[in-house]
Write a new protein. Sequence first.
Length: 90
Amino acid sequence: VKQCVAPAAVMRSEHMRMLVSWREDVVRHGDRRYTAFDGKVYEKSLARTCLGCHNKEQFCNRCHTYAGVSEPYCWNCHNEPQPSIARSTP
C-alpha cells in the first residue's frame, strides 16, 4: 500500500505550503530530500513523488474546484501530466 508523505488531514490544509517550501528548497538550496512524519525519506518532486500516486484530474482539479480556488500555478513551470494511454500488446 502506498502512503502519502503526510496524513490526509495535514495534506488538506498544508499541501500548498509544503509544495512552495519544496520548490524553494530544491531550486534555491538543492535540497531534494523530505523526511516524513514516520521517518521515511521522499524526493521533493511534484512529478515523481506526488503524481506517482495522485492523478491531476482527480486530486488537483477536483479539490481546487470544490474549494473554489483557482487552478494551481504548478503548471506554469511543470508540464501538465497527460492521461496515460493504454498500450496493447501484440
